[in-house]
Design a protein around this ligand. Structure first.
Ligand code: PEP
Length: 256
């Protein structure tokens, strides 16, 4: 049987002061034991990135930012650049999270620029895609995700494809307590791979990690990891509690 590896990512959204972030890190580290096949990037708010950079350290552990600007610098009040988050300790960056699509009106053309900038800055982009409840109910979910892939990912070299991570996050499952079934999630992950293979025939997508996100908890993480199409999870709410997040990490560590 081929060896599997997983990414278990925690998105804290706009939660946790610096002090709370450091407390979370101490609690997590007290019981964390690394396993080579599980990477654990955590995405705190910008203000906690640098303090955590000194504290949240160990094999398999890393930090990411929840957003970046598409330019490297400029007169953009309130924005933050790739080099700035890199300097603060980020190795990863979320791009196209549904909350940014919804509340900041971010669309594919901009997201493609952000992916380009992230890669140029040495960051690993986690590009989030997913349909709304209405799109799922009317049966346009496959087309919607295809459009997000084709319009939101810029032209990439084979090496850059090797650094991209995708996260399928159905909007109706984020923060709602309603998880997609393993069948729904794995069918979409298969669709994502098929779309990419069809549109980029010269690239090998066997190693492309596709994460699932949407109300992942310790209770449902195991069955998601058991499915070969699912290469990890992006966890929002349950990542805020160090114990719950660690329990999800340990579910991945138990699988190979
Ligand atoms: C998320 O924020 O990416 C997410 C999946 O949130 P939750 O786990 O709370 O649904």
């Amino acid at each position: 049987m081929s060896k599997r590896s997983f990414i278990v990512a925690g998105n804290w959204k706009m939660y946790k002061s610096i002090e709370e972030a450091l407390q979370w890190s101490s609690r997590f580290l007290a019981d964390y034991r690394a396993a080579v096949h599980v990477q654990v990037p955590v995405f705190p708010p910008f203000t906690a990135l640098f303090p955590l950079h000194g504290a949240f350290r160990g094999p398999g552990l890393s930090l990411g930012a929840q957003n970046l600007h598409s330019d490297l610098q400029g007169a953009y009040t309130g924005e933050i650049s790739g080099p700035m988050i890199r300097e603060a300790g980020a190795d990863w960056v979320l791009i196209g999270h549904s909350e940014r699509r919804q509340y900041q009106q971010e669309q594919e053309a901009l997201l493609a620029e952000k992916i380009r900038t992230a890669l140029d800055c040495g960051l690993r982009p986690v590009y989030c895609v997913g349909e709304s409840l209405a799109e799922r109910e009317e049966g346009s979910h496959l087309d919607k995700v295809q459009q997000q892939l084709l319009q939101g990912i810029p032209p990439l070299s084979p090496a850059e494809w090797g650094r991209l991570v995708l996260a399928y996050e159905p909007v109706w499952a984020i923060g709602t307590g309603r998880t997609a079934t393993v069948e729904d999630a794995s069918a979409m992950h298969r669709h994502i791979r098929e779309v990419l293979v069809k549109t980029h025939p010269s690239i090998s997508f066997g190693e492309l990690p596709i994460l699932y996100g949407g109300s992942v908890k310790p209770e449902n993480a195991g069955e998601l990891f058991d499915h070969p199409e699912i290469n990890g999870v992006l966890v929002g709410g349950a990542s805020l509690d160090a114990g719950s997040f660690l329990a999800i990490v340990e579910e991945a560590q138990r699988r190979r």
